[in-house]
Design a protein around this ligand. Structure first.
Ligand SMILES: Cc1cc2nc3c(=O)[nH]c(=O)nc-3n(C[C@H](O)[C@H](O)[C@H](O)COP(=O)(O)OP(=O)(O)OC[C@H]3O[C@@H](n4cnc5c(N)ncnc54)[C@H](O)[C@@H]3O)c2cc1C
Length: 539
């Protein structure tokens, strides 16, 4: 299928490698696409994926280094919204983020005169074809670590190699690559404690071995880069629009109306947030420091960097080095949190089916409620506050289904859970402690399969991450690697008393907090806890 977008009709390719529904082959589609951008030829191609930044981007730096025969190199950048089998389609909130991040990168690339080709399709076909038509001799990208995506990259590399094109992949998405941190026997880690200890040793060794390469003042020598054709910013913007990443472009209600108040996607936004965090980690200590304060959702002590890491707008190594350099307990605790991200990817690398299968196989027998999740129905249901309409929608579901809608829309009558789910809905993020509490209520008190919660978070989080999301859901449900023991069931009321003692957080997100219109609890916490433990013992 090819669609018409503000005069640019070639940005969405058929998912088939053979051609579009209109019968035009990929080769012809790419030719037209490049014509839209006015791109004739280029020496080099940078394939951007989850590394939407120019600073501290090793692949981009490598590509931009040196010219060709004494002349500056000409570089074309490309981003493909991948549609091939095996790539998990982005959730709605992530699409919102991507839209703005691509705009930001478009502007940054335009400033250095690099044309940025944006399209959708099967990257294993589109990228080699684009390289061929441009006549490029060098291609670079940042590595990724999920098996189906690794397979795509390997196939692209092989195709390019056969044509004599040099393809180089570089690290940059994580602090440590999943195979870098190994047990003394050479195996992978399943427990976080020893993993983080070893990972910190690896990072320290890298710092000793190559101190200058980690200074992070190096950015690509952009003066050596000149586009042979000049930037076509408008063409890129039209192509980004053509991807239909925003709810309004798909005719959905404006669930994103508050997002821009909370987030600034893109490299500049990532640095603004990081610099603010670098200032606070060195100046706030004790109860208000990161180590203690990070568990309190109303204290603004966490970094808020997760969506920026997710889209690679800032490198985790820059942040790690800067924070560890501050010294002290708060800095150390933060760096260890950052290593949970690496651990999740380490586990996904060794368990590519983590999103669909319980790591601890016996949990497949747990009697969790499962039902087909129709996210559109949840989106159409009324937000909190309109109970009558909400009931109308939930009547379409079985009891567990309607419980799920109540959970997703923040109308369970359990205040910390409702505040978290409404925070997620309104802002696209949720505080970590509240993610744990909401996940526990869904899987243990409401008895609903963790995979349904994972899907909702995948759709609603701007930081939805291929590894961190299923990894943490399995952690909460008790069936994952180094997971919370099943019998440790969070009591949301006790958690609220402890971490939101004056209800500041709950009042921020629940307008009708403590009023008669706030619903009664959907579930008896004690009784449901007892049922969950009985079911667990029967495994
Ligand atoms: C059920 C559930 C689902 C989650 N889904 C995601 C997800 O899809 N994407 C995601 O990035 N995080 C996820 N997390 C982890 C965590 O909640 C977020 O990383 C954190 O809330 C982001 O806020 P921050 O950047 O202010 O964190 P900070 O406290 O400032 O931490 C710094 C960074 O460390 C990393 N980090 C911290 N905790 C974790 C963790 N438990 N697992 C992995 N990385 C961590 C993140 O990259 C984060 O940005 C999930 C947690 C739970 C319990």
């Amino acid at each position: 299928m090819s669609i018409m977008v503000q005069g640019l009709e070639h940005s969405v390719f058929s998912s088939s490698s053979q051609g579009s529904g209109s019968g035009v082959g990929v080769g012809e589609q790419v030719r037209r696409l490049l014509a839209d951008y006015g791109c004739g030829s280029a020496d080099r191609v940078m394939w951007f994926r989850d590394d939407l930044r120019l600073r501290d981007n090793a692949a981009f730096e490598w590509l931009c280094g040196g010219g060709v025969g004494g002349k500056p190199a000409s570089v074309v950048a490309v981003f493909v919204l991948e549609s091939q089998q095996g790539s998990r389609p982005l959730g709605r909130a992530s699409k919102w983020w991507l839209y703005h991040s691509l705009f930001s990168l478009t502007r940054d690339l335009a400033q250095v005169g690099v044309p940025f080709v944006v399209c959708a399709g099967d990257s294993s076909v589109v990228v080699p074809e684009l390289v061929r038509q441009l006549g490029a001799r060098k291609v670079a990208w940042s590595r990724r670590y999920h098996a189906p995506l690794c397979a795509v990259d390997a196939s692209v590399k092989e195709t390019l190699k056969q044509r004599g094109v040099v393809a180089r992949s570089c690290a940059g998405f994580l602090l440590t690559e999943p195979w870098q941190v190994r047990t003394n026997q050479g195996g992978d880690y399943r427990v976080y404690g020893p993993f983080s200890k070893k990972a910190m040793q690896v990072l320290e060794q890298e710092r000793i071995d190559a101190p200058t390469s980690l200074s992070h003042t190096v950015t690509a020598d952009l003066s050596a880069v000149r586009s042979s054709v000049g930037g076509r910013e408008e063409a890129t913007m039209a192509a980004v629009d053509g991807l239909c990443l925003l709810p309004a472009q798909r005719g959905e209600p404006a669930w994103d109306k508050e997002f821009a108040q909370h987030h600034r996607p893109g490299e500049i936004g990532a640095w603004a947030r990081a610099e603010e965090f670098f200032r606070t980690i060195g100046t706030r200590h004790g109860d208000d420091g990161y180590a203690c304060g990070r568990d309190f959702p109303s204290k603004q002590v966490v970094s808020g960097l997760s969506p920026h890491f997710r889209f690679g707008e800032i490198s985790p190594r820059v942040v790690y080095d800067q924070v560890i350099g501050v010294g002290g307990q708060d800095a150390l605790v933060f760096c260890k949190e950052l290593l949970w991200r690496d651990f999740a990817w380490h586990r996904l690398f060794h368990n590519p089916l983590m999103e669909v299968e319980c790591i601890r196989g016996e949990f497949e027998q747990y009697p969790w409620a499962r039902f087909p999740l129709e996210l559109d129905v949840v989106y159409r249901s009324q937000p909190a506050g309109s109970r009558d309409e909400f009931r109308l929608v939930s009547e379409q579901f079985s009891t567990p289904g309607s419980d799920f809608v109540a959970w997703a829309r923040g109308t369970t009558g359990i205040s910390l859970v409702d505040a978290g789910m409404r925070e997620l809905w309104r802002t696209g993020v949720m505080h970590n402690r509240v993610r744990m509490v909401t996940g526990s209520l869904l899987t243990k008190n409401l008895g609903i399969d963790w995979r349904l919660g994972e899907q909702w978070f995948w759709d609603a989080l701007v930081d939805a991450d291929l590894a961190a999301n299923p990894f943490n859901w399995q952690w909460v449900a008790g069936c994952g690697d180094d997971a919370a023991p099943f019998f440790r069931i969070f009591n949301p009321d006790t958690q609220a008393k402890r971490f939101d003692p004056d209800a500041t957080y709950r009042k921020e997100f629940i307008e009708e907090f403590s009023t008669p219109s706030y619903p009664p609890p959907l579930v008896d916490l004690k009784e449901s806890r007892r049922c969950a433990l009985d079911a667990y013992r029967s495994l």
